[in-house]
Design a protein around this ligand. Sequence first.
Ligand code: C2E
Ligand code: MG
Ligand code: MG
Length: 727
Amino acid sequence: MPSSSQRGAVLVADDDPVMRMLMLEMLAGVGLDAIEAADGAQAVRLAHERRPDLILMDVEMPQMDGFAACRAIRRDESGGAQVPIVMVTGGDDIEAVTSAYEAGATDFVSKPINWPILGHRVLYVLRASDAIARLRIADAQNRAVLAAIPDTFFRMNRDGFYLDYEPGHDRSGQGRTPGERAGRAADRHDAPFSSERCIGRHISDMLPRPIAARMLDQLGEVLRTQEIRSVEYELIRFGAAQHFEARLVATSPSEVLGLVRDISERKRSEEQIRRLAYCDSLTGIPNRQAFLENLERELQRSKIGNKKFAVLFMDLDAFKRINDTLGHNVGDHLLKIVSERLRETIRPSDLVSRGDAGLDGTTEDSASNLARLGGDEFTILIPDLERVEHALNVAHRVKEAMRRPFLIDGNEIFVTASIGISLFPEDGDDCNSLLKFADTAMYHAKNCGKNNAKLYSSSLTMQIMSHVKLEVGLRKALQNDELYLLYQPQLDVRSQEVVGVEALVRWRHPERGIISPTEFIPLAEETGLIVPIGEWVLRTACNQARAWQRHGRRALRMAVNLSAKQFKDENLSQIVLSALHETGLDPKLLELELTEGTLMDDALATLATLEQLRRIGVYLSIDDFGTGYSSMNYLKRFDVRALKIDRSFINGLPQDSENAAITRAIIAMAHGLKMAVVAEGVETDEQLVLLEEYGCDVVQGYFLGHPSTAESITHMLGPVRLVLPSG
Ligand code: C2E
Ligand code: MG
Ligand code: MG
């Protein structure tokens, strides 16, 4: 019970002073203060001025009766409207009771008054009015809150029927849509979600079934756990997607309050953020992050579906040069056009071979199969690959698209692209490996002369790995004394005597054993190591030739192979001179074997180098003759003394008549130009006989001797004979 200290007073309105006094007594008895009014008009005035908590009002009073006073008080907006008014009516005056009710009374007591009860009656009425007042405040608060938030709210029972529905005040929720406001035609889900339409209806009548099902699911969870849950969903309304979030709160064991908010704007900004995070800002196509995530999805999809796909890694050849010479603006512009061309070139069918939509109803972004990883690197994912050729075709189209000139700021820019391709599942079964392998294959494509597309194969990595290891080893081979020379004898056909040897280098690798020069010479050329290695070969060979000569053996001509890289080295003649000088070998006994390619490479510089060598007096020959493209006349200008017919021509002799004819022609023509002819790769007696018949001067090959150590050659030369070098 409320105590008197917390309340104001009770207004007692009665024209009978005795009644008033009795009432005051009674009120004091339950701890309530009172104010008195002797007639209706006074009661109205006091009710307005003093704001009593309750009014006890006699019906019959002079001037203004209780009903009129009650009505007047109720009209008083500034307080009287809410105050509880208890009318005191005549004993069995039912009419008075009805009139009191109509006048706005809260309750009534009838005469004769049961005094002991009246006090308590008053307290009960006060308490009830308190509760009503509190409810009224709560209700006003709720209304204020609901008016302040844009959300739509509804009440729903556990079976999914709307008990209440109030559209959000901004009317963009499920109240009215922007489309509706624009007056466009509506379909079922376009219709407004009004109280009239919703209340009493089931949620699945109002929302698409899958969404209704999710909502009911969460509704059950909310009632079970009494925790807040939210459901996000998308409605296509008036042709546009609208996103909503419904938050569900249990208000009783069987009822849920739902707050629905239009989150389209938030979704839009999320999408924007996503775009920023997943888009390459220069070209607008997906970036590395987007590509990696897409690749991961594709990987999972392909694993499940037992499908294949390809990753293409494209890099522009010489993009750095464009950037450096024409500036970054041009470079950027170029990249933009490149990405546009890529987009156009790659048919949609290359990129999406399926039209399935994601679970959330959004269709997958097909363009994410093309991406810029950074710089001038682009990737393309080709899903559902049936044949490897398809990936190669795409690569081919990309290459062709890049070859068309790019017109930027009036400049016609020409670029080419190198492309590497890795395949799932053949090459790897994780994203990193697939991307790395495509990259590796791209480098391989570049090494193979750019403007190229190469498939990755596991053997390629092995190749590259061992290549790298070999290079590291080769750098140490010289100082670790792992290189040595073998000598292959050359026989003069007419005199049947050994007239020379060819020095052939070998590498005794600490782990791999003996490695052929066909394997490590190209590597030495690539890395420039050929220069110090070549110098060592030259010096060692000259030394050996001089040693044989000094020990009274025949004066053998020592043939040393020169690679193109060595030939281009401006110090070559200096190196040759000092090798001869240090060993004391007669320059005439040194034969330098060049290839046709070496001579054809850069004619002017070649001429100068050759002139220097000629002046030194060394003997020049062309190795592997017939495999290149030089004419003999051309060779004559270089003062070439001998041709070594490549062993591929000798190989098929004597049966291969075509090669026989070529061999014969070469010999005849060389002789016409006063050049000697050496036949390489002579393996049989018949070959020797035939070459003799053709007039070949010198032969070299397994038939006469394999490349062997200096000691075995010494043995072969027989007992010491004193021979002076011939002129
Ligand atoms: P090349 O100068 O044409 O040397 C001849 C190659 O033919 C040698 O291979 C030799 O072993 C091989 N050969 C000789 N007779 C026969 C035969 O009857 N049948 C067959 N099938 N092969 C025969 P090798 O020693 O493996 O050398 C390969 C190539 O490596 C050489 O071809 C040469 O181009 C290069 N090379 C070797 N040593 C050096 C060097 O010191 N410097 C440079 N730059 N290149 C070298
Ligand atoms: Mg050779
Ligand atoms: Mg050769």
